[in-house]
Design a binder for this molecule. Structure first.
Ligand code: NZQ
Ligand code: ZN
Length: 394
């Protein structure tokens, strides 16, 4: 296990009805005037908006609203939010929604106190040193932004979907996790969220770092829990117990509890961000296409690690003489699981075209330090192309 520091200071308030405490939580973390950030309307239908605004009113907290955040959130709404914060002298950002809403809130939080363009933080021109406090009320179990040190925004100039450098500075001050808010999720979003969580765990699980037994076991338990809960939530959207497992698993999958002390990969996410930048697909759906293809491409690098994954996650018997056979079976199980959940697993099923592959690679080149990426196996343009070609025919 490698040396590490782990600082995850977010307060989590978990369970039915916990949004009633939002006003008190904002006060506790120093807020007196709130920017309320939300998406395209789901929060008004599932009760989250009414619960949160009633709690703010009870705590005597005025708020200004920034709504209409789209999935794969764009820079335009970040600039708008920064202007609102400055105009109304707001001192707290409250996100009510999913990863897109939360990431917009985080970007506004870092951009408002900064004199330059918030995008400087994404290009590396400026370090992220401070932010306005951000709180979240989560409505979809997926991205893990409610506890993460990351923020992903699409810069509209050039359609560049990038994550800012990871930093504890942007972890939310608090996150309210009420699983009942997620019962209104359509099946496609429920499944996309579950895939994203599994991907967050796999990006950490497939590592070259030796002696990581504890975090391996944590990762496997999380994936098994998601594999158990996701079909229940798909079959019965109101299954509170399944929704609760998914919600806490989504947070644990990405707050780095199971990633500490090991080198992490992140190649599948880098490739997926190009897909969602070009096709505006759901992030989890893009990962359902990319991750099994990436696994097939890199499994020969460490077949025993993939065989361990197959045995411990899917209960397959290990062929010790030919671990690559067990490895391939485990990858097929994962792909078939995604397919059974209604996810696309080929580029075509996602609505992407094989003839766009060169454009996806060219677009990636526009990012500073575009290639190589991925720590488990280093990925250059040729490898990225090979993975996307595999994703045409799974
Ligand atoms: O806009 P509304 O109407 O709210 O609808 C949303 C949206 O259409 C809907 N939704 C959310 N909660 C709902 C609901 N519909 C019904 N009932 C509910 N309770 O779901 C749709 C997707 O929302 P979005 O916020 O985009 O989903 P998600 O949480 O998957 O976030 C995806 C974004 O997060 C980024 C992704 O790249 C993508 O941009 N990520 C952020 C990360 C981070 N900051 O740590 C890590 C991830 O790897 C990921 O890259
Ligand atoms: Zn993700």
């Amino acid at each position: 296990m490698n040396n590490f520091t782990f600082y995850s200071p977010t307060l989590f308030s978990f369970g039915r009805g916990e949004a009633d405490n939002v006003g008190a939580l904002v006060r506790r973390f120093g807020g007196s005037r709130v920017l309320l950030v939300c998406g395209g309307g789901s929060v008004r239908k599932n009760g989250a908006y009414d619960g949160v605004t009633a709690s703010l009113a009870k705590a005597g907290l005025p708020f200004t609203e920034l709504s209409g955040i789209q999935p794969n959130p764009r820079s335009g709404k970040v600039y708008e939010g920064i202007d609102l914060v400055r105009r109304d002298k707001l001192d707290f950002i409250l996100a009510v929604g999913g990863g897109s809403v939360i990431d917009t809130a985080k970007a506004v939080g870092m951009g408002a106190p900064y004199q330059g363009d918030f995008w400087d933080f994404f290009t590396g021109k400026a370090p992220i040193e401070r932010t306005l406090p951000v709180g979240t009320v989560l409505t979809i179990s997926a991205a893990g932004s409610e506890g993460s040190d990351s923020c992903v925004i699409t810069q509209e100039k050039g359609s560049l979907k990038w994550g800012c450098p990871k930093t504890d500075v942007i972890r939310p001050k608090f996150s309210v996790l009420d699983p009942s808010f997620t019962c209104s999720l359509p099946p496609y979003q429920t499944a996309s969220g579950a895939v994203d969580m599994i991907a967050h765990i796999c990006e950490r699980y497939f590592t070259n770092t030796p002696d990581v037994a504890l975090t391996d076991r944590l990762a496997e338990a999380l994936i098994r829990t998601i594999l158990d809960a996701a079909p229940k939530a798909l079959q019965n959207p109101g299954d509170y117990a399944a929704r609760a497992d998914l919600m806490w698993a989504g947070m644990l999958a990405h707050n780095d509890s199971c990633g500490v002390g090991r080198e992490q990969d992140w190649a599948s996410h880098q490739i997926e961000h190009e897909l969602s930048a070009l096709y505006d697909c759901a992030h989890g759906a893009g990962l359902a296409v990319v991750m099994p293809a990436w696994m097939r491409y890199v499994s020969g690098h460490d077949p025993m690690r993939f065989a361990q994954f197959a045995a411990r996650v899917f209960g397959l018997e290990t062929d010790y003489a030919h671990p690559e056979i067990t490895a391939a079976r485990g990858i097929a199980c994962l792909r078939d699981t995604f397919r059974a959940w209604g996810m696309p697993v080929t580029l075509e099923e996602l609505g992407a075209k094989p003839e766009d592959i060169p454009a996806l690679i060219a677009h990636r080149r526009e990012k500073p330090g575009a290639f190589p990426f991925g720590k488990f196996v280093s990925i250059g343009p040729e490898e990225m192309e090979a993975i996307l070609r595999l994703a045409c025919e799974q």
